[in-house]
Design a protein around this ligand. Structure first.
Ligand SMILES: *Cc1c(COP(=O)(O)O)cnc(C)c1O
Length: 431
C-alpha cells in the first residue's frame, strides 16, 4: 500500500480505519474522504523538522490552493502553522475558519485591485509581490488606509526542477515572479525599498511542484541567499525572511520514488547555515509552502461503478459516477493514480480497463489501463488513492454535475465538512 493509512481486510479496502464500502453506504458517492490524523501529522512533520533545521523562527505555510476548505484551515490554525492564499475566495475561506490572517501570505501573479483592497481591509499579514506594477498598486492601497504593508518579493532563481512543464515555475521565463538573472529582481527590490507604505521583509521563490530532486531546495537556497547577501551589500537592506516555496513530490503509484521530507529539510538546514556563515549574514526566518505533501495522502475518492463496457478485441471501460469534474488531473497533466475496486481486494486483477467518468468528453479519464478483477460490475466501489491535493480544489460543475461531499475522518469521530452540492446549489446564480 502506498500510504500508511490504507489496509485490506477480507475483500475490503480500509482507509483511516474505516471500511470504504461503509463510507459510501453512509454518505453516498462520489465522495472525498480526508484523514484528520494524517493531515495533522503532515503539518507537524514540517513544523518540527523546519524548526530543527533552520531555528525556532522557521515555519511552514500550508499552500491552501491544494485543498482550500475551512476544515483544513481550522487544523492549520490549531497546529499553529501559516497559510498561503491566492485569491479573495481563499482569504474568505480562511476568515470563515477563524484563521488569524496575520499568518497568511497572499500570492498570485495577478492580484486584482479588488483582491488587494479586500486582503488589506482584512489585515493580511504579507503580500508576496510578483512584479513592479504590484508594488505600486500595494503602495497606493496601503497609503489610502494609512498603513505599512509587509511584503516579500517573489523572485525566479532560474532553476529548472525536473517535473512537468505545467507545474514548473522557477525558470527565468516563467509567468511568475521577477528574475534574478535579468536584473529585474534588483530593480523591484530597490523600488520596494523606496516606498513609504511598503515594508519589505524578505524574498520568496517557488521552483515547481511534484518535485523529487533531492537538492532542489538547496539549489534554490543557494541562489536566493547569494541574492540576499548581494542586496545587503548594494542597498544595505538585510532580508529577515526567506521563503523557499513548496513542491515536494508525493507518491501516486508504487513506481514513484520515496522522498524523506524530514531528512531532506535537515540537509537544507545544514546547507543554509553553512552558506550564511560563508556570506557573513544571519540565518533568515525560513518559510516553506507545502501544499500537495500536506494533503495528498490524507485524501481518497470513492465512486460507484456504473456501466462496464467490454469492446471485444479493443478495450474495456469501467465508468464511475464522477470523473474529470471531481478529478481533472489526468485530463490536465496525464497524472498517474492508483485505483482499486475497493470491495474486491482479494480477487485477481486479470482485466485491464480505463476507469472513466460520466462527462461528455472522451478525455474524461480518471486513469487508463487499470488492472481490475474480471467480475467488476455495476454497484462495485472504486477507490482512487492520494486525491487529497488538487482534486476538490480543482473540481468543476461541467455538465452541471454537483460536486461531491467531503467527509473528515477523525480518530474517533467523523463528520461531513463540505456538504454534497444539490441541484439548487447549481442553479443559485441563474437569474
Ligand atoms: C503551488 C504553490 C505551492 C505549493 O506547491 P505544492 O507542490 O503543492 O507543495 C507553494 N507556493 C507557491 C507559490 C505555489 O504556487
Amino acid at each position: 500500500m502506498i500510504c500508511k493509512n490504507l489496509a485490506v481486510q477480507g475483500d475490503d479496502l480500509f482507509f483511516a480505519g474505516r471500511k470504504t464500502k461503509d463510507l459510501v453506504k453512509k454518505y453516498g458517492s462520489p465522495l472525498y474522504v480526508l484523514d484528520e490524523e494524517r493531515l495533522r501529522e503532515n503539518m507537524r512533520l514540517y513544523a518540527r523538522s523546519m524548526k530543527q533545521a533552520f531555528g525556532k523562527e522557521a515555519k511552514p505555510l500550508y499552500a491552501g490552493k491544494a485543498n482550500c476548505i475551512t476544515a483544513i484551515h481550522r487544523l492549520a490554525k490549531e497546529e499553529k502553522i501559516g497559510i498561503d492564499v491566492v485569491s479573495s475566495g481563499e482569504i474568505a475561506t480562511a476568515l470563515k475558519a477563524g484563521f488569524p490572517l496575520k499568518n497568511a501570505y497572499f500570492h498570485s501573479n495577478n492580484k486584482t485591485d479588488e483582491d488587494i483592497a479586500f486582503a488589506m481591509q482584512h489585515r493580511i499579514g504579507y503580500f508576496v509581490v510578483d512584479n513592479a506594477e504590484e508594488v505600486e498598486a500595494i503602495e497606493k492601497e496601503a497609503a489610502s488606509l494609512g498603513i505599512r504593508q509587509k511584503i516579500l518579493l517573489r523572485l525566479t532563481p532560474g532553476i529548472d526542477p525536473h517535473t512537468y512543464e505545467a507545474v514548473s515555475t522557477g525558470k527565468v521565463d516563467s509567468k511568475f515572479g521577477s528574475a534574478i538573472e535579468t536584473g529585474q529582481a534588483e530593480e523591484i527590490t530597490r523600488l520596494a525599498l523606496s516606498k513609504e507604505h511598503v515594508e519589505l521583509c524578505g524574498f520568496h521563490c517557488h521552483v515547481g511542484s511534484q518535485v523529487f530532486d533531492s537538492d532542489i531546495f538547496v539549489r534554490a537556497a543557494d541562489s536566493m541567499l547569494s541574492f540576499l547577501a548581494e542586496m545587503r551589500q548594494k542597498t544595505g537592506f538585510l532580508a529577515g525572511e526567506l521563503d523557499l516555496g513548496g513542491g515536494y513530490g508525493v507518491r501516486y503509484c508504487e513506481s514513484d520514488p520515496v522522498i524523506d521530507i524530514e531528512k531532506n529539510i535537515l540537509q537544507v538546514g545544514e546547507f543554509v547555515h553553512e552558506k550564511c556563515r560563508e556570506l557573513g549574514i544571519p540565518v533568515p526566518a525560513i518559510r516553506m509552502e507545502p501544499g500537495r505533501s500536506i494533503v495528498a495522502d490524507a485524501g481518497l475518492t470513492l465512486y460507484t461503478v456504473g456501466t462496464v463496457k467490454r469492446i471485444r478485441g479493443y478495450k474495456n471501460y469501467v465508468s464511475v459516477d464522477g470523473g474529470m469534474t471531481d478529478n481533472p488531473r489526468y485530463a490536465l497533466y496525464g497524472s498517474p493514480y492508483t485505483v482499486y475496486i475497493a470491495n474486491k481486494m482479494q480477487e485477481e486483477t486479470t482485466m485491464t480497463a480505463d476507469v472513466v467518468g460520466r462527462c461528455c468528453e472522451s478525455g474524461d479519464i480518471i486513469q487508463p489501463g487499470v488492472a481490475v478483477p474480471e467480475s467488476v460490475q455495476r454497484g462495485d466501489i472504486v477507490a482512487v488513492l492520494t486525491t487529497g491535493a488538487y482534486n476538490y480544489s480543482m473540481a468543476s460543475n461541467y455538465n452541471r454535475v454537483p460536486r461531491p461531499a467531503v467527509v473528515m475522518l477523525g480518530k474517533d469521530e467523523e463528520k461531513i465538512v463540505v456538504r454534497r452540492e444539490t441541484l439548487e446549489d447549481l442553479l443559485r446564480g441563474d437569474l
